[in-house]
Ligand binder design. Sequence first.
Ligand SMILES: Nc1ncnc2c1ncn2[C@@H]1O[C@H](COP(=O)(O)OP(=O)(O)OP(=O)(O)O)[C@@H](O)[C@H]1O
Length: 253
Amino acid sequence: MLSVHDVAVTYSNGVTALHPTSLTFKRGQFIVLLGASGAGKSTLLRTLNGLVRPTRGEVRVEGRGSIFARRSALRAHRRSTGMVFQQHHLIGRLTALENVLTGRLAAHSTFRSMLPLPRADRMIALEALGRVGLVDRALHRADQLSGGQQQRVGIARAMAQRPETILADEPVASLDPATAVKVLDDLHRICREDGITAIISLHQVDLARRYADHVIGLAQGRIVFEGNPDTLRPDALDEIYHADQPRLAEAAQ
Ligand SMILES: Nc1ncnc2c1ncn2[C@@H]1O[C@H](COP(=O)(O)OP(=O)(O)OP(=O)(O)O)[C@@H](O)[C@H]1O
């Protein structure tokens, strides 16, 4: 179980992207972060992966303690955490399979990962591609796949890592609505089947309602909502998306 304790993030330019926050992410849940642009969703996700070091507080993994305690703790945490990005971050000139295989690199020492990976890793990568319905595209260059297929390769790469947790930062923001649903169907199904905890930021409230077990709403770096998607009523959405209105009104005076 992943948790943050009194975590705050102030960037070097003085912007406080996250005010002191404590959260527990229950194992196996599909958790959606909602919030307007600049609310702090990416900052929270990057902190959960240790890409951003909090100004105060701790990120902990049950049984392993703080992810920042030692370099080895951070490495172990990253190995067990798959990332899915909005722009998928695939290497265009490599095949889908080669991209998914990069998800296996962290499982090997630096030295070993310079050599061709063992057959077992290729099998894991192929299986991951199969689970997102793309085995027949395994040998296609990534840049010749559609946006939805590329994002599925991104999901397969994260799954090939055999993660405990998946962190996804707006994974469907650049896809059309029908493709977004297909991609989230895959992500949601695989996380359920494997008991993976998923923490994903979305801009679409309807998708949060459709997939989330638990919703966390952020506004101006603070948690303003936490609960079941059924309780995401208009007043809660107002808190999440219009929390900055009074400030704008003040500024306009
Ligand atoms: N590396 C950085 N250095 C300085 N300020 C940053 C940095 N990253 C984000 N910020 C600022 O922190 C605040 C929160 O940004 P963040 O990207 O976490 O929000 P977000 O909710 O993910 O927004 P979006 O939906 O637009 O991605 C914003 O004011 C942003 O400008």
